[in-house]
Ligand binder design. Sequence first.
Ligand code: HEC
Length: 186
Amino acid sequence: MTQQDQVRDHDFDGIREFDNRLPNWWLWSFYLACIFSVIYWVHYHVLRTGAAPLQEYAMEMKAADERAAAELARSPVDDASLLALAQDAAAVAEGRKVFMTPGQCVTCHKEDGGGLVGPNLTDNAWIHGGSPMAIHKTISKGVPEKGMQAWEALLGPAKVRQVTAFVLTLKGKNAPNGKAPEGKVE
Ligand code: HEC
């Protein structure tokens, strides 16, 4: 028994204990944890000089979206790439968001694409052509004299491709109560 190991005189249900000094490594890990927690708290919660995990997540998601959009904008656009995009659930979901944004496509073409001011997009008749590239062109350049604006200027190339992919998924769905077909059946 060292000098330290003095049993204290209390007794808890037969359990007795020493009153030794805690080892230095233990004390230091405790002090450092205290210091660290103060720095952490000031950095993330008082000064807000660091991004908290949720903010960091949002930033990473935004950067990933931007990278994907830039990549899409760089890759060539043709019938095959648009058809492939129409098979890509994530791209179609993004395109659907563009379509359903109030004041955009949905206002004139209706939620189900059946057509209101604009023509029915769910039949097989097309005024300006029903090939993927023709649809892409109508959306990006618009038909300004008929009230369909050139969407590329507003949405940018990536979103135009995504919304084209979404429109391609509507083709031939024949929404109930849709507008009568206009243009040429393709
Ligand atoms: C202000 C109303 C309006 C909005 C908003 C609008 N469109 Fe149109 N759209 C029209 C009209 C009108 C036409 C028919 C033009 C014509 O008769 O030549 C048309 C035509 C089209 C066509 C060609 C159809 C065909 O038969 O060739 C496509 C595809 C289309 N729109 C997709 C879209 C998409 C995608 C959006 C959203 C990004 C959109 N439109 C937003 C009014 C609109």
